[in-house]
Design a protein around this ligand. Structure first.
Ligand code: 5AD
Length: 479
């Protein structure tokens, strides 16, 4: 969701904390000899899956003795974890690599490209950007230790590009950036063939981790002080327990929520096709499951949805929304939308705008259609001009802004529990988040980061709320 909006370097996000290496087993890190004392820098583009992959890659590097640094200038290994969901995102890595075009800045450094653009471009990277020594797609991350060993022994063209994997990226160590919200991958890859989407070609086939492994990781996260678990998967609700236990996705959610010490659980991204009433029932009966569901619709027109190969009509999507709205808890809804997909008429577009009015989402991530390599949409004609895509995007965003403003203003006077995620010293404001995923700022202290607070809303804008605290810190994360 909002998938190309995240862009992080090694430095912890605002309000976050330093290095957190969480051991999966009781074994200690064993630095490899060749790399001891060397440094690395990873820059990440794209979705939460990429952010978490980078956390795991960093963990792999640290077990080999590498140390994280805050800039590419200081690093012996510079890695770019890339995103190719839209053309603009894919271009970013080439502009970064431009920095190293001359031998000077690249001298002595190992430059690597990971993620979706690595998978998409493959060995072409070695020609296009000769300074690159490592190209590795996410389906090959399990091979990273051996690829790093090859680099350490002097090999200058190393690649991991196989897509036919059945493995998930399991590591003993993960360098988590945030100390109270932990990402936890439950399923990798994607078997859908949405006509616009490059992901099945860049992340490989779906493979689920076992329920027992997921719960064990969750327990370790709680032991390490995390209170919020964010469950990740490209299509998170396509998760199927590969073991004979055969838990459903809804059962898994309930079991994660029941792990003692887990206070908040979010999951993203759900596909409407696999969205069942049991998921809503689990959210209804487990307060730790956040009252927030992200359910990408992509378009409000059944004809466009059919061309997109989404596997549902507008009405079938609205059925899902209906049972979410029937829940006893008020569940906040968000979605992703593409405007200007091949053949989208003005009427189709109006149906998308009318869907926003009908559903009343609390947040919408919207994008102009961007043709991608190896996708079915390339067989269709990209009929909508760039200018018209821009116009439709602006109309849609303005309609949604009004909806959000109205919905947020209705919350003035209400009190919510927030997890304090950051602090803005300039404003003296703590940045909290409600379980419904709304940002709620209030006058606070830097020491409150990681605490849960009761905050009463005093004013509201389209994208965030402002409030005041009504109690003291109820839970403090202890160092
Ligand atoms: N063009 C524009 N947006 C896209 N998305 C995926 N592929 C494309 C594309 N080719 C959007 C979808 C998806 C989100 C992560 O990115 O809305 O849900």
């Amino acid at each position: 969701m909002g998938n190309d909006l995240i862009q992080i370097g090694n430095a912890p996000p605002q309000g976050g904390f330093g290095v957190e290496v969480l051991a999966a087993a009781d074994g200690a890190a064993a630095p490899a000899l060749a790399s001891a004392g060397k440094t690395f820098y990873i820059e990440t583009f794209g979705c939460q899956m990429n952010v978490h992959d980078s956390e795991k890659v960093a963990g792999v590097l640290m077990t080999r003795g590498y140390r994280p640094v805050d800039s590419h200038q200081e690093a012996d290994i510079v890695l770019y974890n890339t995103c190719s969901i839209r053309e603009k995102a894919a271009q970013k890595v080439f502009s970064r690599l431009g920095t190293f075009r001359k031998a000077g800045p690249a001298a002595g450094k190992i430059i690597g490209v990971l993620g979706c653009v690595a998978q998409q471009e493959g060995e072409r990277f070695f020609e296009r950007a000769p300074q690159v020594s490592l190209v590795c797609g996410s389906a090959s991350y399990a091979q990273l230790p051996s690829l790093l060993a090859q680099l350490e022994s002097g090999n200058r063209r190393v690649k991991g590009l196989a897509l036919d994997t059945e493995d998930c990226f399991e590591t003993e160590f993960t360098r988590r950036e945030n100390r109270f919200r932990a990402y936890l991958t439950i399923i990798e890859g994607c078997d859908q063939r949405c006509a616009f989407c490059v992901v099945p070609m860049t992340r490989g086939p779906e493979r689920s981790r076992s329920g027992a492994r997921i719960i064990a990781e969750c327990r370790r996260l709680v032991d390490a002080g995390y209170t919020e678990i964010q469950i990740l998967g490209q299509i998170v609700n396509a998760w199927r327990d590969p073991t004979p236990a055969r838990w459903s996705f809804a059962e898994l959610l309930a079991r994660v929520a029941e792990v003692p010490g887990v206070r908040r659980v979010r999951f993203t991204t759900s596909h409407p096709r696999y969205f069942t009433p049991e998921i809503v029932a689990a959210v209804d009966s487990h307060p730790a499951l956040c009252d927030q569901i992200h359910l990408p619709v992509q378009s409000g027109s059944t004809e466009v949805l059919a061309r997109m190969l989404r596997g549902y009509s507008r009405e079938e999507y609205l059925e899902r929304i209906h049972y979410i709205r029937k829940a006893q808890r008020a569940i906040s809804l968000s979605t992703d939308i593409i405007v200007g997909f091949c053949g989208e008429s003005e009427k189709d577009f109006e149906q998308t705008v009318s869907l926003l009015t009908e559903v009343e989402y609390d947040q919408v991530f919207s994008f102009k259609f961007s043709p991608r390599p190896n996708t079915a949409a390339l067989e269709l004609v990209d009929t909508v001009s760039e200018e018209e895509k821009g116009r439709r995007l602006a109309v849609l965003q303005e309609a949604q802004r009004q909806i959000q403003l109205r919905r947020n203003q209705a919350l003035v006077g209400k009190t919510f529990e927030v997890l304090v995620e950051g602090y803005q010293p300039r404003l003296g404001q703590a940045v909290g988040r409600t379980t419904s995923n709304r940002v709620l700022n209030f006058p606070g202290e830097p020491g409150e980061v990681g605490c849960y607070r009761q905050v009463k809303v005093t004013s509201a804008g389209p994208n965030s709320l402002v409030g005041e605290k009504i109690d003291d810190c109820r839970l403090t994360i202890v160092d």
